[in-house]
Design a protein around this ligand. Structure first.
Ligand SMILES: *Cc1c(COP(=O)(O)O)cnc(C)c1O
Length: 459
């Protein structure tokens, strides 16, 4: 049904039309004149010319492209270049861009006003829908970003336990709030060191960092600082160091360990929630969190975030309880409507099966392309989250991810771009497959990957 709806749209027709000779184009053939002009204009008024750092292509070099529009699996830049998109707005675009049903719903909702500073029935509907899909999510608080969801979850955990510290994992991202912007230094027992200037050492010191897929450091922290740790927070499927799946039993054992020591277990499902299945990822791995964070997919492309969990914990939030949290635009009717309609489409039979089929086709094709190039590397894939790690045989944690050949990845990124494929501009991000990616798009991507990997292997 979805493919039928999108097939006649101009984006798809144009995409097919542009595919014939794209791989013949040499680097100088892609016009970047308008993007270059916009970049210069942006640099004068926007720090670093972008409103979120990874968009600046620092990790891969070259000048970022400005995007004019998206349709289905396709992006069009300011010079009219067309790309098959695997950034997907870093996760929200699970239906592809400008899905006609979402566009119509958002337009209708916008006609009723953008927000009232008063509750709406839509907020109940999305909370009920989330609660119905996630057994542990008895109550839901909406916020405007994943970052806020993380801040709120941590605040609840500290209030509930009366403890100050949190344990997170090296390479896991939970938004840019002070206490969560911390990773390990050289070893897993390293004390919290801020990743960013402006984060006071005193705040960073409340965060302990452990190695993903290992309980050893977590156990040591609990033994060294009993009754100090409020929560352990983890991405059940890590996707911000590139995609790294949890080892068998890791998430279940981690939750049990946290609970044994009186700490809460928080699963950050901002990426994985409603992306890997209709609901959360932690259930796939038998984990038992007290709180989950949501975002990205549940907003259908508009700004949103959510904390959900056990009723007695959620009822600690103001005005029911003593933990303050608020937001002018929380529960924005337009964002909530976009999210609701997205969830309804995802609930239709076969949605995740089709997403898995497209993602398996991509993962398998890229693995084959990697083998035939003779380059060392591996494809990590969990459902529609895919990362080609170059220069390493296996990636199970951040330390192994950091061994990847980022210079090689940068050349691969640009070779793919020349062939009309828009990858995330960093080795340490996931490629996001959407329901708008058709077999023809995937096959073109695999062909481009084969050519690009062969190209970078030669040079
Ligand atoms: C994107 C992301 C966040 C932060 O969400 P924002 O909406 O960008 O603030 C938090 N956690 C994870 C796992 C994410 O991928």
């Amino acid at each position: 049904m979805y493919v039928q709806l999108l097939a006649p749209r101009d984006g798809y027709a144009c995409l097919t039309g542009s595919s014939a000779n794209v791989s013949d184009q040499s680097e100088s053939m892609m016009t970047k004149k308008n993007s270059a002009a916009l970049l210069a204009r942006a640099a004068a008024v926007i720090p670093g010319a972008v409103n979120s750092p990874v968009r600046a292509w620092k990790a891969v070099g070259g000048e970022t492209l400005f995007i004019a529009r998206g349709s289905g699996a396709m992006l069009v830049d300011a010079d009219g270049n067309r790309f098959i998109d695997y950034v997907g707005s870093y996760g929200p675009a699970i239906l592809g861009h400008a899905h006609p049903e979402i566009v119509a719903a958002v337009a209708e909702q916008a006609g009723h006003g953008f927000g009232y500073g008063a509750p709406t029935e839509l907020e109940i509907e999305i909370a009920e829908r989330i609660a119905a899909a996630i057994p542990m999510a008895r109550k839901v608080r909406l916020v405007s970003s994943g970052t806020e969801a993380g801040m709120t979850a941590i605040r609840i955990a500290r209030a509930a336990t009366g403890r100050p510290r949190i344990i997170k994992f090296d390479g896991c991202y939970h938004g840019h709030s002070d206490g969560l912007l911390v990773r390990a230094g050289s070893g897993v027992m390293t004390l919290g060191v801020p990743d960013s200037a402006g984060v006071p050492e005193a705040l960073a010191a409340l965060t302990r960092v452990a190695r993903f897929n290992s309980l050893a450091a977590v156990e040591r922290y609990f033994l060294a600082e009993p009754r100090e740790v409020a929560a352990v927070i983890v991405e059940p499927v890590a996707a911000n160091m590139g995609v790294v799946p949890p080892a068998t039993g890791f998430l279940k054992d981690l939750g049990d360990l946290a609970h044994r020591h009186g700490a809460l277990f928080i699963c950050d499902e901002v990426i994985s929630g409603f992306r890997l299945r209709y609901g959360t990822a932690h259930e796939m791995f038998g984990a038992d969190p007290d709180l989950v964070m949501l975002g990205k997919v549940i907003g259908g492309g508009l700004p949103i975030g959510a904390v959900a969990g056990r009723a007695e914990l959620m009822d600690m939030l103001a005005p029911a309880g003593p933990v303050y949290q608020a937001g002018t635009l929380s529960g924005s009717p337009v964002a909530v409507r976009a999210g609701l309609e997205t969830l309804k489409i995802l609930a239709r039979p076969g949605a995740y099966e089709r997403l898995e089929a497209a993602s398996a086709r991509l993962g398998g094709g890229m693995a084959e392309a990697l083998r035939s190039s003779g380059l060392k590397g591996c494809i990590n894939r969990v459902g529609s989250l895919v990362t080609p790690f170059l220069g390493v045989e296996a990636v199970r944690d951040a330390e192994e991810a950091r061994r990847a050949d980022t210079a090689l990845f940068a050349r691969f990124f640009h070779a793919m771009l020349e062939r009309g494929i828009y990858l995330p501009p960093s080795q340490f991000e996931a490629m996001f497959v959407s329901l708008a990616h058709r077999d023809a798009d995937i096959d073109r991507t695999v062909t481009a990957a084969r050519e690009s990997l062969a190209h970078v292997a030669r040079s």
